[in-house]
Design a protein around this ligand. Sequence first.
Ligand code: AMP
Length: 271
Amino acid sequence: MRAWSLARKCAGRSIGFVPTMGALHEGHASLLREAVSRDHVSVLSIFVNPAQFAPNEDLDKYPRTWDADLALAEAIGVDLVYAPNAATMYPAGFATYVQVERLADGLCSRTRPHFFRGVATVVVKLFNAVLPDHAYFGQKDAQQCAVIRRMARDLDLGVEIVEMPIVRETDGLAMSSRNRYLGPEDRQRALCLHQGLQRAEALLRAGERDAATVKKLVREALSAVEIDYVELVDAETMAPLERVDRPVLLAVAAQVGPARLIDNIKFAPVD
Ligand code: AMP
């Protein structure tokens, strides 16, 4: 992988990189299209990273759709698909992990404490192999984006992190590889995540600045699902806020039948 990238870099080519766990959908496709259009060459990685799953999570049943993923990558014009296996990434004796402090404390870490350590570690390893100039991530995983951006700055990785908007189904559900776990009834119930966030956005636009009031409205909209969290945080540091007095992230996570789903909006007050 690195030899391929070094040859391109020495020839003055920029490398755009999209790391994924496969089971690609339009959300991933939007990142790939951006990489293909903005960079000279583009790399997609597909690696279902064991380090970011807890023993009780869905590592074994995480969807794997290799042929469809390759067809999509080819149709978009991706130059190379990098798909290392777990034994290559985590050889016997593996002992080094990257821990991003504070930003990785709240939100998804509360129920998935192992998660960002696994993500940060694998992303550094992938960056070291692919040597990208730009790496494209989705706002769908907003805390992940913030963690990786912080890590890239702190560890001088020399990679520009590009955050792309959330791609949704026509009815508003944020696209996710895990949506395929949903049966028809859960699929319908899952719409309340986006609907709750939309209502909150309307309230924020109307001038509401009290975080508790905004979160209460979202909690009410999520009454039919099992809420993991509803949080309003500083969009950059992920620190919880009581007042909306700077750009904020309003993020939700909920268990909907067999699937744990996340969604969010960003809001910047102009007053
Ligand atoms: P994953 O394969 O779920 O690890 O996701 C790989 C990348 O795709 C991450 O940067 C995600 O944030 C991004 N992504 C996943 N779903 C969406 C979506 N609905 N819209 C935009 N980006 C997404």
